[in-house]
Design a protein around this ligand. Structure first.
Ligand code: PRX
Length: 651
């Protein structure tokens, strides 16, 4: 389905912003020479960065690259939790705040590195007492409470592999992930808070673990009586009781090989089955730690606030492993940006004196819609760095962020990356790079990115094509859990030895990269990656549905919104009731983030003669564009009928 027209986006943005001079004066990196040094010998550059990580034994070779398989820091031994927590306890950071947690109903908790270390050690003892061993998989289904990073770090300390499942996923989605990872233990909470109401995590977990490999369930008490959850004798263990009973002695960090798996994190692809992205210990820790010092310009006195949920990769890298490995003080927030009111984030920034703020374009567009009055009520002078991630940022949102949040004093750092890349790949270095609103600018030092055409040839300036990363980097995914063939085919199948992220991009006349969004059947709703096939499978699972096609329609706040076209079985009555039922069905099978914004019933779906649904035409209809080339359609009338029907509905 590739065609050049998909990259035909006019770039009219010409504004540029030099790094603010006060920022440059204090930046970790202000000499552009770092790019040349890294490009001249990337392995030497990464070896130098690896010096910021503590190794139990030194690696022998920086890189062993047998495409598509990379081994970084071969034979090096280390422990991720030792690097994220314990080493700081041996320094003046011992009593420094590591996590400053702000809970949704207003409670808060501060954990110093020493306190965090003690909690992690106890949790490691608890896991061991429950039979978890090195290499075992532990599923974690927790809200944004301190026990979530504690559980992850405890797994890493004993060498167990965690797989965190975002707490907004349904019991069915959780079960799928537990089954694929063959997890032995699940860590969850009785329930969680969301905008003042109770989300029944434990009840979901009970449904999910039924009939799976999970033997024991460790339950954090977050909500109490209102959770309405039950403990199952012999299987469920109360977190607090187990922690109180655990030895207080230090837990020795497992000596892990650089290539031992640190975690699996599931993400959506082009088929209905989510992919278990595998990250290993050495390269990931080097990558994320480097990123904190370069892209995030992190200093010891920073107060760092990333608004992501740890259930997604942004939270893994930029709440847990990155900032902690760099000894940062971070703010972790459990709730929503508009609960109890629209000032929540700004109040948190003011309360804790945050200096670094990292959020998603969809949030910025929401703030814009609300208006600047909420931001302006707060003294945000402590901020010095503002970043975004998750989806392309439109220039208007970029400018608003710069003006109303940063007051023109903070560099705006648009970071492009993916679950698979482990950390930011394309982003400005804030003390060096001239930014342009809407462009993630250039690959970071040590990373090589190109925009190529169908044949894999680099496109000329001003042209669009596929974004590729043509050299390996330390924090790259190593494989897809239990599916190495899919890994090789998905990421290295189009251009041998070259990583294909699945995003389209354009180079402007100055060689800046502009990410255009996914070129595969993956959509990005409010920065959440959702496979169209996953939503289609969920719709078709409903008894009334014969066939479904799902597309992402441009949406001014969410970036993309899910639009579904559905054909029903004979004799089924369509109408608002069925629409509501189908939406609820998708939420039940996947989670609320996959709920279709709109569902249209249609007698037929536009298909090619080989019966492939032409989603491109459905996108044209949903976005009110002229319908593209229909010559390959089996029946051209289908699209005309759909168009008329859609227009009627819109009026
Ligand atoms: O399409 C790109 C978009 O998000 C995808 C990765 O999604 P996920 O693995 O869930 O990770 C999100 C957080 C790293 C990418 O393929 N994306 C991410 N960041 C940007 C972006 N698109 C444009 N600009 C970005 N800064």
């Amino acid at each position: 389905m590739a065609s050049s027209d998909r990259f035909d986006t006019l770039l009219s943005e010409i504004r540029t912003f030099a790094p603010p001079s006060d920022f440059v004066a204090q930046a970790n990196f202000s000499d552009p020479g770092i790019y040349e040094i890294a490009a001249a010998d990337p392995e030497a550059y990464w070896a130098q960065q690896a010096g910021h990580i503590d190794w139990f034994s030194h690696y022998k070779t920086v890189l062993d690259w047998q495409p598509p398989h990379a081994k970084w820091f071969v034979d090096g031994k280390l422990n991720a939790t030792y690097n994220a927590v314990d080493r700081h306890r041996l320094t003046s950071r011992k009593n420094k705040a590591a996590i400053m947690w702000e809970g949704e109903p207003g409670d808060s908790r501060v954990l110093t590195y020493d306190m965090l270390g003690r909690e992690v050690d106890r949790a490691a003892h608890v896991l061991t007492s429950l039979g978890v061993k090195r290499g075992d998989r532990v599923a974690i289904y927790l809200p944004m409470i301190p026990e979530l990073p504690i559980a992850m770090l405890a797994c890493a300390k004993i060498g167990a592999i965690h797989t965190v499942v975002f707490a907004g996923f349904s019991s069915v989605a959780l079960k799928d992930r537990i089954e694929d990872a063959e997890a032995q233990l699940l860590i969850t909470a009785d329930a969680s808070w969301r905008r003042g109401s109770v989300v029944p995590l434990k009840n979901n977990a009970d449904l999910a673990v039924e009939g799976t490999s999970v033997q024991r369930v460790l339950v954090v008490n977050r909500v109490g009586a209102a959770a309405n959850s039950q403990m199952r004798e012999g299987r469920d263990v109360d977190w607090e009781t187990a922690m109180a009973a655990a030895p207080t002695s230090a837990f020795p960090a497992a000596v892990m090989d650089a290539e031992d798996v640190l975690y699996i994190l599931y993400t959506s692809g082009t088929t209905g089955k989510p992919k278990g992205i595998v990250h290993t210990t050495g390269g990931y820790m080097v990558g994320v730690n480097t990123s904190m010092r370069t892209v995030f310009d992190l200093k010891d006195d920073d107060v760092y606030f990333c608004t992501a949920d740890i259930g997604w990769v942004t939270g893994h890298t930029y709440i847990v492993y990155g900032p902690l490995s760099a000894g940062a003080t971070l703010v972790m927030y459990e709730g929503a940006p508009d609960f109890p009111d629209r000032e929540r984030y700004w109040r948190i920034i003011e309360k804790y004196g945050c200096t670094i703020f990292y959020t998603a374009p969809t949030s910025i567009r929401t703030f814009m819609k609300w208006g600047p009055q909420y931001v302006e009520k707060h003294d945000l002078r402590t901020l010095r760095w503002l970043g975004t991630v998750g989806e392309p940022i439109n220039p208007e949102a970029w400018m608003w962020y710069n003006e109303h949040v940063g007051k023109g004093r903070c560099p705006i750092v648009d970071t492009w990356w993916q679950t698979e890349t482990g950390c930011a790949m394309i982003a400005p270095l804030p003390g060096i790079t001239k930014t342009k609103p809407g462009s993630a600018t250039h690959p970071v030092p040590g990373v090589s990115a190109r925009v190529v055409d169908e044949a894999g040839e680099p496109v000329a300036l001003g042209q669009g094509g596929y974004l590729v990363l043509d050299k390996p980097w330390p924090s790259m995914l190593r494989t897809i859990w239990k599916d190495d063939e899919r890994f090789a085919k998905t990421y290295f199948g189009k251009y041998p030895g070259v990583y294909l992220p699945g995003d389209g991009a354009r180079l402007d006349g100055d060689g800046y990269i502009w990410i255009l969004g996914r070129v595969d059947d993956v959509i990005n709703v409010s920065g959440h990656r959702i496979g169209t096939m996953e939503v289609e499978s969920a719709l078709v699972d409903h008894q009334s549905v014969a066939e479904a096609a799902v597309i992402g329609r441009t949406h001014d706040v969410k970036g993309q919104a899910i639009t579904a076209f559905v054909t029903v079985k004979e004799g089924v009555t369509t109408g608002d009731e069925l629409v509501a039922e189908l939406k609820a069905h998708v939420v039940k099978l996947i989670g609320a983030m996959a709920r279709p914004e709109e569902i249209h019933f249609t007698a037929e779906l536009p298909k090619t003669r080989s019966a492939k649904i032409m989603r491109r035409l459905l996108r044209d209809i949903a976005e009110g564009r002229a319908i593209g080339d229909t010559t390959t359609l089996a029946d051209a009338n289908v699209i005309e009928a759909l168009k008329l029907q859609y227009q009627d509905r819109e009026q």
